[in-house]
Design a protein around this ligand. Structure first.
Ligand code: GLU
Length: 451
């Protein structure tokens, strides 16, 4: 059976590290088994959903290299939900209720006050035709709940959490549809997973109790003749992502995919970190997706919250930048910076964007170098001795060592200063050929003159 996974974001905000992690894992799972990875835009909440976030989600997934094999939008599937809903209604699995939010709140408080779990009392189920007629007469439209089957214990083998067991009598019948006819998350999601043949639902552990309810929804849908697969997906709930100091929610703005991208984080660094965070596998700067796919295994996922640490991301990012091939960064490099220049400058970079600063050192003009008086004469000698070859630095320093007796720092530092205006930077063996013979000589002469 082909594996089908899905990532189902609500377009009510930007994707952040938590969502990206879920998307990545669903993608890795599909890739590992040669399956399909779907993007499902959960946009039934018309008030909070925004088109700009839909666009941002697509752009972020593309940036991350998590291309979906298909995309669906819940707002375009309302007829399917209507059809499924009618079937559940005929089967007596949905019922009308009229309580206001305040009334429900009061009911909950009364139960809690008595030390009882705040489970909905199913008052709506007891309503008669006359009651419904009375509400209709008053112009009060019902909202709808899904009726859980209290006689069918809910069990599944969770891909991360192991065997799960829920007593449906301990759960409230969930509201699935508002009085205005709009849908809440729960039922459309189950309908979609059934209708799209999703085989593996991978999501955060905040959805565990939703899964319990949705398992009964699947069963009810299949029994009512809806859905092609007629078999439940596998479920896996990963432990939540937390920051070093606890919850991430406060800092999520700065941890959006676009904010991270703008701060110079490479998608490969984010992917390498999030693929392994919270698993028993080591977090390593792996830029090769194939390796991440191959080693992906839900059995390695721990149950404790995974700790996200930005300094770890930065560290991985540096290591990843040092591995990036020219082809993958070329569009982001300054004009004229070629493969050779990239390889020369790359070891000095923390972020790809910093390449422009080093490239300016190559192309000039550079800051006027500050040299000690005795170094000026030395640099003048360097200008006189400069000859060109594949490796002019070795040639130049070799000749100067012989001619002046200088070595180590006394030999190298004045030259670096004269040639780059700086005390540090990329390896001069690689940098000098980029600067070129004429420019190098001109820089040495200028530094010797001290202007
Ligand atoms: N739209 C839901 C969310 O973002 C989807 C959850 C799911 O079923 O994966 O939480």
């Amino acid at each position: 059976m082909t594996i089908v996974t899905r990532f189902a974001p609500s377009p009510t905000g930007l994707l952040h590290v938590g969502n990206i992690r879920t998307a990545l894992h669903a993608w890795l799972l599909a890739c590992k088994h040669g399956g399909r990875f779907l993007l499902r835009i959960d946009d039934t909440d018309a008030e909070r959903s925004r088109e700009e976030y839909v666009d941002a989600i697509r752009a972020d997934l593309e940036w991350l290299g998590l291309a979906p094999d298909g995309e669906e939008r819940q707002s375009e599937r309302l007829a399917i939900y209507e059809d499924a809903f009618e079937k559940l209604r005929e089967a007596g699995r949905v019922y009308r209720c009229y309580e206001t939010a305040q009334e429900l709140d009061l009911k909950r408080k009364v139960l809690l006050g008595r030390g009882l779990p705040p489970i909905y009392d199913r008052a709506g189920l007891a309503l008669t035709d006359a009651d419904h007629a009375r509400f209709a007469g008053e112009g009060t439209a019902p909202h709808w709940r899904f009726r859980l089957n209290h006689d069918a214990p809910i069990e599944w083998l969770d891909g991360v959490r192991g065997p799960q067991h829920f007593d449906p009598a301990q759960l409230s019948d969930p509201v699935i549809r508002r009085a205005d006819g709009s849908w809440l998350y729960m039922l459309p999601s189950a309908i979609d997973d059934a209708e799209m043949g999703v085989t593996d639902v991978l999501r955060g552990e905040d959805h565990v109790s939703n899964t319990a309810v949705q398992i009964q929804m699947f069963t009810a849908l299949f029994a009512a003749g809806f859905g092609a697969a007629n078999s439940l997906p596998r479920f896996a709930h990963e432990a939540l992502l937390v920051g070093r100091e606890g919850k991430l929610s406060k800092r999520l703005g700065s941890l959006s995919a676009s904010a991270l991208r703008d701060s110079g984080i490479e998608p490969e660094a984010l992917v390498a970190l999030l693929a392994r965070l919270g698993t028993s596998l080591p977090v390593e700067p792996i830029a090769d997706r194939g390796r991440l796919i191959e080693s992906f295994d839900l059995a390695t996922f721990g149950r404790a919250p995974a700790r996200f640490d930005e300094t770890e991301l930065e560290r991985l990012n540096h290591a990843i930048v040092h591995q990036l091939p020219y082809a993958s960064v070329a569009p982001r490099l300054p004009d004229g910076m070629d493969d050779r220049a990239w390889l020369a400058i790359r070891p000095n970079l923390e972020k790809v964007a910093d390449a422009a600063d080093w490239w300016r050192i190559v192309t000039g003009p550079i800051a006027a170098p500050v040299l000690e008086p005795e170094d000026r004469a030395f640099v003048a000698e360097a200008a006189a001795h400069l000859t060109w070859s594949d490796d002019p630095w070795t040639g130049l320093t070799g000749v100067l060592k012989e001619a002046t007796g200088r070595k180590g720092k006394a030999l190298f530092l004045p030259l670096r200063r004269a040639l780059t205006g700086l005390d540090h930077g990329p390896d001069m063996h690689a940098l000098l050929p980029l600067i070129g013979e004429n420019e190098a000589r001109a820089r040495l002469e200028r530094a010797a003159r001290g202007d």
